[in-house]
Design a protein around this ligand. Structure first.
Ligand SMILES: *Cc1c(COP(=O)(O)O)cnc(C)c1O
Length: 368
């Protein structure tokens, strides 16, 4: 028996819904219109409906969504944005590309920002908090929102990993001022290339995003600001519309796999993810992340048995070469550094069979 289990694959979901994707792809090719057209408009409407939010603006990728969000909020040089120390590097780049300074706060046991540790980091220059719903688990948004209101801070949500995750009866991305999404292929709602979006209930923000994504033009060849080229193309938007129809199914598949790991993994050295139930769907399992003191050994051991794993992420932003100029050192954010040294994302994908999962579970439980 030759079994080979990737950490992720898009193949099975594609095969399951192949006809719908292929029909849409052909329809877009034949339409003769490829950037910012009817498919983008329809996707924006449908994704906004899915999230029960007023506006959705399709963009080129998730990083642009963050960059544009902070720009719309007027955050730039001299301003500080609070973000968790175990964030993905793109979260921090969204802040610094605008000239603002990231101020790191350690994560809680759920890998999201520890809301109780934010207040001590607020200064006269603090303008916003970026909440990253890491691995698909929602941040403790209601106390965070109250804190932001108390200190008159903007609240931006990075939902690149949390499509569909909820806090009580609200979707992540719709609780703060602006929600930023990525549709990179590996995300829960993935495109067949790059894509992103920003969502908001604020009409002025949505209009500003539409202007910035298209060279700062409100009408053709009339430019009111120096914008970007961050347009979502028709091809991705059309295919995202198809995938959005299957998102509930994709979510329940991920939940099924996560549940199976939860009940099957029994190893004294392996810590399974801790759940914070803020709603029945407060975790959408973008990743199933375990912690292990001998993480690197575990990864090598699993790899030898043809089981793929990934580390999300091995270097926290404050220790990244890209941010050497911020002047941080090892030991400055011990919790983020601990996670960087111990986390491991197990295989989790649509269509993972019971046999494949049992193989992973058995291998893990036999880890000596
Ligand atoms: C993927 C991701 C991004 C960036 O999205 P891109 O579409 O790749 O630019 C930002 N933040 C988080 C948390 C992500 O996982």
């Amino acid at each position: 028996m030759s079994i080979n289990i990737p950490q992720n694959t898009f193949q099975r979901e594609y095969e399951a819904h192949r006809q719908a994707y292929e029909e849409k792809a052909l329809a877009v090719l034949r339409s003769g219109w490829y950037v910012l057209g009817a498919e983008v408009e329809a996707f924006e409407r449908e994704f906004a409906n899915y999230l029960s939010v007023r506006h959705c603006v399709g963009l080129a990728n998730g990083l642009d969504a963050l960059i544009i969000a902070f720009r719309i909020l007027g955050i730039g040089k001299g301003d500080e944005v609070i973000v968790q120390s175990n964030a993905y590097i793109a979260c921090v780049m969204g802040i610094t590309i605008n000239g603002a300074t990231p101020v790191f706060v350690e994560p809680d046991a759920f890998h999201c920002i520890a809301v109780a540790k934010i207040e001590e980091k607020i200064t006269a220059n603090t303008k916003a908090v970026l909440a990253v719903h890491l691995y698909g688990q929602a941040t403790d948004m209601l106390p965070l929102k109250a804190l932001c209101e108390k200190h008159n801070l903007k609240l931006v949500e990075d939902c690149a990993q949390s499509h569909g995750a909820m806090v009580e009866d609200q979707y992540t991305g719709t609780i703060g001022d602006i929600g930023c999404f990525s549709f990179y292929p590996s995300k829960n709602l993935g495109a067949f290339g790059d894509g992103g979006a920003l969502v908001t209930n604020n009409e002025a923000y949505a209009q500003a995003a539409c202007v910035i994504r298209n060279y700062g033009s409100e009408k053709r060849y009339h430019h009111c600001t120096v914008g970007l080229n961050s347009r979502l193309d028709e091809f991705q938007a059309g295919l995202l519309r198809v995938r959005l129809m299957y998102l509930r199914e994709i979510e329940s598949e991920r939940r099924r796999v996560a549940k199976c790991y939860e009940s099957g993994i029994k190893h004294p050295e392996i810590i399974k993810p801790t759940l914070r139930v803020l709603a029945p769907e407060s975790h959408v399992w973008h990743q199933y992340v375990v912690e292990c003191g001998r993480r690197d050994e575990l990864a090598v051991y699993l790899s030898a048995q043809n089981i793929g794993t990934i580390i999300h992420y091995p270097i926290p932003p404050h220790l990244s070469e890209a941010y050497a100029d911020l002047g941080y050192q090892k030991g400055d954010f011990p919790i983020a550094e601990h996670y960087a040294n111990t986390v491991l994302s197990l295989p989790l994908y649509y269509g993972m069979t019971d046999q494949e999962q049992q193989y992973v579970i058995d291998a893990i439980n036999r880890f000596a």
